[in-house]
Design a protein. Structure first.
Length: 516
């Protein structure tokens, strides 16, 4: 049930002293102070734990081995001695994974393989307890590639989060988006092994993905999108490309789908443009709409419901129709598209990571602060235009007179080819509640637009900030309303805005790293 042979692995680990000596050397080289360190080591077996304790003792490091069947008094004494500094290392077997609080521990030795992300985090948590005088926790993972099929992606994503693509970016960039005070390191050989493992661990091309789905059906599992992702190890984004999506994959694997509509291919492709959805308002609202067997009547909807419907329909409209009801009717002519969307929304609902607040004083607006939105969705939410078609947003600034709102779409990392020297404005997060932003190059401080920015509270308007890391990102994070604080210069004006809602820590870390 553990995926490896305990006896066989123990023989490898204890067959010679070389491996144990390497562990000793790496710990002594990397520990802040070997004379004061407090270490837990996680071993594969009792024999392995005893072996490691013996080798550490031979190296002059006071150590002991304990396990589940050790007398309670011995286990308690070992932890007490570790806390008092009488011991430097305690090696254990299936003992301190959870429920044990040893706050003085400042180093961990991962000496056993595990493919359970939960177990890995439990072990990691033994070193993350706060203690007076403790400034960091050193984690050394010695397991390595114990078999070809080992899923580095599962282990590292349990720690880092994000998609597989984002995990690759973490590794290639030397883990640039870790919280302040954290450091991770892979040598060049390890980086290549881990990256190859991540790429090879799941189906990578369309035929292999279709074959995986056929195997799922042959094994007696229902061919739902959720089942497929669970069994294949793929992510939702892996099922979508520019031209294909889940329904196309089903057809390629000979899984039955519902009858196609007149614009089937175009509408299927639009689903891949909705994978950024990460709030309950859209997940629940869209699901409620799509679950109706007949097209909802737009005329009987409230303003807020109409805007939410436009946010759903606008990315899917065919031939730039300008009538919202016509757009709704068109979508309802495609039952397979609606079925797929409902499956996708169910999965996206489970991926929501932030607490999101509504816009105070704007009950007709469906947006939530710290959710992600495309330009089309933003315009639809603020009532820009009418009908199903939403005109594209070309500039980074938009004044919506009817809403008394300035909308700013900010791209933080402007190193790409899409920005000329005159449009590489210096936009970045100063802190979790302060944003530095530069206006367009033609904006004068004493002009109508410049004065509105400075006097927006007095004039009764609001400034809404939306930000993304890269130009290639389809959607923007909604940072919420912001209030003018100060500015320098003009053409462009360099303005500091204060956010009503502080940035979550992960967004601030990413935004700061993007412009560092």
């Amino acid at each position: 049930g553990r995926g490896y042979d305990i006896a066989g692995l123990t023989n490898i680990y204890t067959g010679s002293d070389a491996w144990a000596h390497r562990v000793v050397k790496e710990l002594l080289d990397r520990a802040d102070d070997p004379e004061t360190m407090s270490v837990l080591g996680f071993c594969v077996s009792v024999e392995h734990a005893r072996f490691m304790a013996r080798k550490f003792e031979e190296s002059g490091i006071r150590s002991v081995a304990i396990w589940g069947k050790s007398p309670r008094s011995e286990r308690e004494e070992a932890l007490s001695d570790l806390a008092k500094g009488k011991l430097r290392v305690v090696f254990s077997v299936d003992l301190f994974n959870e429920g044990v609080d040893v706050p003085t521990v400042d180093a961990l030795l991962m000496l056993r393989p595990t493919e359970s992300p939960t177990l890995f985090l439990q072990q990691l948590g033994r070193g993350l307890r706060k203690s007076e005088g403790k400034t960091n926790c050193l984690v050394l993972d010695f397991v390595g590639l114990h078999r070809r099929e080992f899923r580095f992606d599962q282990k590292m994503r349990a720690l880092l989060g994000g998609t597989r693509k984002e995990l690759e970016q973490h590794i290639k960039g030397g883990f640039p988006y870790l919280p302040a005070g954290c450091h991770m390191e892979l040598d060049s050989v390890a980086s290549k092994i881990v990256l190859k493992s991540i790429r090879d661990s799941v189906p990578s091309n369309w035929p292999r993905k279709a074959s995986e789905l056929r195997q799922l059906v042959a094994a007696g599992h229902e061919p739902t999108l959720a089942n497929y992702l669970e069994h294949s190890g793929l992510e939702l984004q892996d099922c979508y490309s520019v031209e294909k999506g889940w329904s196309d994959l089903c057809e390629a694997a000979d899984v039955a789908v519902l009858a196609p509509g007149p614009h089937e291919a175009k509408l299927r492709r639009s689903i891949g443009r909705m994978l950024h959805i990460n709030d309950e308002v859209r997940c629940n609202g869209y699901s409620k709409l799509l679950s109706s067997s007949s097209p909802p009547c737009v005329g009987s909807m409230s303003v807020r419901e109409q805007r939410l419907t436009r946010m759903l329909i606008a990315p899917m409209v065919v031939d730039n129709t300008d009538d919202l009801q016509t757009g709704v009717n068109t979508v309802w002519e495609h039952p397979q598209v609606r079925r797929e969307l409902l499956e996708v929304l169910g999965l996206l609902r489970g991926q929501i990571e932030h607490i999101q607040d509504p816009l105070t004083g704007r009950p007709d607006n469906p947006l939530r602060v710290h959710a992600r939105y495309s330009r089309l969705e933003i315009f639809a939410a603020f009532g820009v235009g009418t009908g199903a078609f939403v005109a594209p947003w070309q500039d980074g600034c938009k004044w919506v007179e009817g809403e008394r709102a300035d909308l700013f779409a900010i791209t933080l990392n402007k190193t790409g080819s899409g920005f000329s020297p005159t449009t590489r404005y210096k936009d970045y997060a100063i802190s979790r509640d302060l944003i530095h932003w530069e206006s367009q190059s033609r904006t004068r401080a004493d002009g109508a637009t410049g004065r509105r920015y400075q006097e927006h509270v007095k004039q009764g308007s609001e400034v809404m900030l939306f930000a993304r890391l890269h130009q290639s990102d389809r959607a923007f994070w909604f940072l919420g309303p912001a209030e003018y604080q100060r500015h320098e210069g003009e053409k462009p004006m360099a303005i500091v805005w204060k956010l009503d809602c502080q940035l979550p820590g992960d967004l601030f870390a990413a935004f700061a790293a993007a412009v560092a």
